[in-house]
Design a protein around this ligand. Structure first.
Ligand code: PMP
Length: 367
């Protein structure tokens, strides 16, 4: 065997995650898998304490800091356990026995975050769009924040409903904690206004198994010494992502994705590209009455475009025929049904154009 190992042509992948990765990243990983250049061993085989991995980890952090504008006040950690473990770790570290944590509830994932936090301490739901079926995010004037809250937790993009906060809400002095699993690095974000940002990598950053954690340094003091080590932000930060074996391959691949994002022009350029891609699909949804958008227009996500066709049979047909046309993963989340096109950073414009064309043709023949 030599050269490329690819025998099956790639199709367009609209999965909500794990999701499409940039092709140049997959090609580079494929090339390096037998032996890292200058190392002679695969990244899967080297010690996480070797100088080779030191270089990968340092480069990943440096790329990330430059791309996202992460200030020196914030630590960057690569951890395991997915965003779901952060639902537990955030209150475990930041919520003291006499404190209250505010949660902005905008979907299933924020509800899960609330459920875990309630096992640890006092939780106040400062806003919820559940009565509206989560088709929008709250307006800032509707937030009922607790004075002196331990932190305010939000979900920046709601993967299932296709809604997104377009601005970081003003929450006063409390540290803002944001689950950015499904829109991390899709646009510039004022990191300095956050206490904690976390994201599972498997949508916009890399493979499943690595979770990005950005924590404001002063918050590390809140981690009680009695916490289990693996659950302690302070211990993980002291270990500089290597308290135990980190997700080595995930960090390696994430670094390749970060370099690809940098070469694509950085976050401002990516945000413009992501807006263009989303606008193309929303225009198709709004063009006639055939498709219906799920999210309210002012809360629409640039990452997950959710929509419906007139009835469930047509939903199923749409999913089947789209897959047959090489457009995979457009089925809505099982909890809401309908259709969803996830168009993260790595989804090329050509994929979005192909889906828009497919939608038009579907409407013409079934409308
Ligand atoms: N938060 C959001 C916004 C998500 O979309 C997801 C996964 N789809 C999660 C949390 C859970 O992530 P994980 O599977 O990495 O625990």
């Amino acid at each position: 065997m030599s050269g490329t190992f690819m025998t099956t042509p790639r199709i367009f992948n609209f999965s909500s995650g794990p999701a499409v990765l940039p092709e140049p990243v997959l090609e580079e990983a494929q090339r390096d898998l037998m032996a890292l250049p200058g190392v002679g061993m695969s990244v899967l085989e080297i010690s996480h304490r070797s100088p080779h991995f030191d270089a990968i980890l340092e480069a990943a952090e440096a790329e990330l800091r430059a791309l996202a504008g992460i200030p020196s006040t914030h630590r960057v950690l690569f951890v395991q356990g997915g965003a779901s473990l952060q639902f537990t770790m955030v209150p475990t570290n930041l919520l003291a026995a006499d404190g209250t944590a505010d949660y902005l509830v905008t979907g299933v994932w924020s509800k899960k975050a609330v459920k875990e936090a309630e096992k640890i301490g006092r939780v106040h739901v400062a806003a919820s769009t559940e009565p509206d079926g989560f088709v929008k995010v709250p307006s800032v004037r509707d937030l009922a924040l607790t004075p002196g809250a331990a932190y305010v937790h939000m979900t920046s993009n709601n993967t299932i409903y296709g809604t997104q906060w377009h601005d970081v809400p003003e929450v006063g002095a409390a540290p803002l904690v944001s689950d950015m699993s499904s829109d991390i690095l899709s646009r510039p974000v004022p990191v300095e206004r956050h206490g904690v940002i976390y994201a599972g990598a498997q949508k916009n950053l890399g493979p499943a198994g690595v979770t990005l954690l950005i924590v404001r340094e002063d918050l590390l003091e809140r981690s009680s010494a009695s916490l289990p080590s693996m659950l302690s932000y302070r211990v993980l930060a002291q270990g500089a992502s290597r308290y135990n074996t980190p997700p080595v391959f995930g960090v390696y691949l994430l670094r390749l994705v970060l370099c690809w994002l940098r070469d694509a022009g950085g976050l401002t350029a990516l945000a413009a590209r992501n807006e263009r891609k989303a606008a193309r699909l929303y225009a198709e949804i709004d063009r006639t009455g055939f498709f219906r958008g799920v999210a309210e227009p002012e809360s629409r996500s640039c990452m997950n475009v959710t929509f419906r066709v007139p009835n469930q049979d047509l939903d199923d047909l749409f999913v089947r025929e789209a897959a047959a046309a090489g457009l995979d993963g457009v089925k809505g989340h099982r909890s809401v049904g309908g259709l969803r096109a996830s168009i993260y950073n790595a989804m090329p414009q050509a994929g979005v154009d192909a889906l828009a064309q497919f939608m038009r043709e579907f409407e013409r023949t079934r409308g």
